[in-house]
Design a protein around this ligand. Structure first.
Ligand code: NDP
Length: 332
């Protein structure tokens, strides 16, 4: 049994873009699991944009970490030793743990991952929190109906790539906005999006106007100028799902308020945030998405960074658009 583990801690609060210096790798003792507890070994850990909010000392939907705190993350892990009735050594589990190679956690906080269903890393992506966000955000808040035009920003990421495919399966015309030609090609050629716009090289507003006749549902993962451009083309009674605003996460000044609200008077569009933790049971999402994957109707991709020591780089890469699909770190 291991007696020590490596664990990443928050070394400093980033000013603007985070850097590697904001992370600190420490050795810490692994205690023996107590009653009801489980010792797990991390196989994959998730890096997610929301972690940037937790590094900041400001109100956010996720509670801030203190400097010196261990970094937390969704992980897929193998049970090494269990004092919890529902789990035994060798089981693969998913839970909210740490950026850590080993951890001791209460067994009831873990859910078992079915390794026969799909590669276990998907419990962090398409069959995990991002998949559930895409499913509930689109179906419950976006409420698309067949024939609607659905636009997704951050379209080649973990959440966005699933949103666009669920909309396509639901009979919508789908436009994805992403940051490279490799990403836009993936969206149209592999995922079946009708149109894809590279916001780095193309004029989003112009391309959108050429491609579709207004927007019925806008699923927003990024905010900023991309969202300004889409807002100008909302249809009457459009729905805007505010899921993420990654373009603002490293801002050092309070971003300018929404600039396109006057258009909502004309369109009577509805703008509503979504928070995946408002949905306590994700079974429906995983059953539907799992079914579409099995039927080859929904595809997914993962970007895998190898090595526990490279976890900060995987996180920093999210802000550079280095990932296609879900970004995970393969620890072992
Ligand atoms: P992604 O897999 O989409 O990774 C982040 C992507 O954001 C990058 O690949 C990059 O793609 C894009 N990006 C980075 N910087 C910018 C920028 N300045 N402007 C435009 N795009 C940018 O992450 P997730 O799918 O995990 O998350 C997507 C969004 O959803 C995030 O904003 C996240 O915070 C939010 N979220 C919200 C949840 C909720 O409950 N509300 C739950 C889960 C996620 P590109 O190359 O296209 O720029």
């Amino acid at each position: 049994m291991p007696t020590q583990t490596r664990r990443w801690h928050l070394a400093a609060r980033p000013e603007g873009e985070p850097t590697r210096d904001d992370f600190d790798l420490r050795e810490t003792t692994v205690e023996d699991p107590g009653p009801g507890e489980v010792l797990v070994k991390t196989l994959y850990l998730s890096v997610d944009p929301y972690m940037r909010g937790r590094m900041r000392d400001a109100e956010s939907y996720a509670e801030p970490w203190d400097v010196g705190d261990p970094m937390r993350a969704g992980v897929v892990a193998e049970v090494v030793e269990s004092n919890y009735d529902g789990l035994e050594a060798g089981d693969v589990v998913n839970g909210e743990l740490y950026w850590s190679e080993y951890a001791v956690v209460p067994g009831h906080t873990l859910r078992q991952v079915d390794a026969d269903l799909a590669p276990v890393s998907t419990a962090l992506g398409v069959l995990g929190m991002p998949g559930a966000t895409a499913y509930f955000g689109l179906t419950d808040v976006g409420e698309p109906t067949p024939g609607d035009t659905v636009v997704v920003s951050g379209a080649a990421g973990a959440v966005g790539s699933v949103v666009g495919q669920i909309a396509r399966i639901g009979g919508c015309e789908v436009v994805g906005i992403a940051g490279s030609d490799e990403k836009t090609a993936w969206l149209t050629e592999d995922l079946g999006f009708d149109h894809a716009i590279n916001y780095q090289t193309e004029n989003v507003g112009k391309r959108l106007r050429e491609a579709v006749d207004g927007v019925d549902v806008y699923f927003d993962n990024v905010g900023g100028p991309i969202t300004d451009a889409v807002f100008r083309q909302l249809n009457v009674r459009a729905r805007v799902v505010v899921c993420g605003q990654i373009s603002q996460y490293n801002a050092t000044e309070v971003p300018m308020g929404p600039r396109k609200l006057a258009g909502l008077i004309t369109t009577r569009a509805r703008v509503e945030g979504v928070l995946v933790r408002d949905y306590p049971d994700w079974t429906e999402a995983f059953e539907r998405i799992g079914g579409w994957i099995a039927a080859d109707e929904l595809h997914y991709r993962e970007s895998v960074v190898e090595g526990f020591e490279n976890a900060p780089d995987a996180f920093l890469g999210l802000f550079e658009g280095e990932n296609i699909g879900k970004q995970v770190v393969k620890v072992d």
